[in-house]
Design a binder for this molecule. Structure first.
Ligand code: GTB
Length: 217
């Protein structure tokens, strides 16, 4: 059965690939799973029909037969468990790859989101000028640790895995801030992720939506 995901009818980033449907598209492309996309407006996301799929009224969601999922971590894990290509066969290596998925969303993404909130949603607040350097330092602290662990390896733990897919997706959000450039091995890591043919297909697909080349359904 072909899964259907949801994505923004128009992403606020205009197609830079930062909305979270991109990581789900990327996972589907990595495993060669065809998929369909249902585009939803901000208004529709808050209506009962969408809330039944996503309790927080967000995108992306994932539907496959009578299975409905939300949260990109769980969606990507589901895809990775169903089809080969994103998780190692060895049980211990598989468990470690899943740890990196959790680390991406639970340990590295929170300070990055805090930075995005400070820069975008709180930019007009009088305390933001003072707070921003603190938030940036919290991001730097995490990146320092991640950079030390990655070292000169291509990927976090052996071959590319769902852990790298999630981590690269999370780090991409930092590109505009310039902080990533302070860590050349992390910049190169992100660039390696973006160079993967599956990522390129996912990126192009979301870009087509946001440049009006995809019919709104
Ligand atoms: N933890 C959830 C997950 O990983 O699935 C978070 C889902 C989420 O934040 N979804 C956002 C959403 O639906 C879209 S991705 N927001 C609408 C709402 O809450 O009303 C977040 C996002 C949005 C826009 C940009 N951008 O324009 O740069 C980047 C990221």
């Amino acid at each position: 059965m072909t899964p259907t995901i949801t994505a923004f009818e128009r992403s606020p980033d205009g197609g830079k690939g930062l909305a979270r449907d991109t990581r789900v598209r990327w996972a589907l492309e990595e495993v060669g799973q065809p998929y369909e996309v249902r585009l939803v407006s901000f208004q529709a996301m808050k209506q009962p029909a969408h809330l039944a799929l996503h309790p927080f009224g967000q995108i992306p969601t994932y539907q496959e037969g009578d299975l409905a999922l939300f949260e990109t971590g769980s969606i990507v894990l589901h895809i990775a468990q169903r089809r080969a290509g994103l998780l190692p066969g060895d049980a211990n290596a598989r468990a470690r790859a899943i740890s990196w998925m959790f680390a991406a969303v639970n340990t590295v993404e929170p300070p990055i989101l805090e930075l995005a909130t400070a820069r975008i949603l709180e930019s007009d607040k009088p305390w933001t000028r003072e707070r921003l350097p603190l938030v940036m330092d919290r991001v730097r602290d995490r990146l320092k640790q991640l950079s030390a662990r990655l070292g000169d390896a291509d990927w976090l733990d052996g071959a590319f895995s769902a852990g790298d897919l999630m981590m690269v997706s999370v780090l991409l959000r930092l590109r505009m801030s310039g902080i990533l450039d302070e860590f050349p091995n992390l910049s190169a890591y992100v660039a390696r992720g973006e160079a993967r043919p599956a990522y390129k297909r996912a990126f192009e697909a979301q870009l087509a939506v946001n440049t009006g080349k995809h019919p709104v359904g």
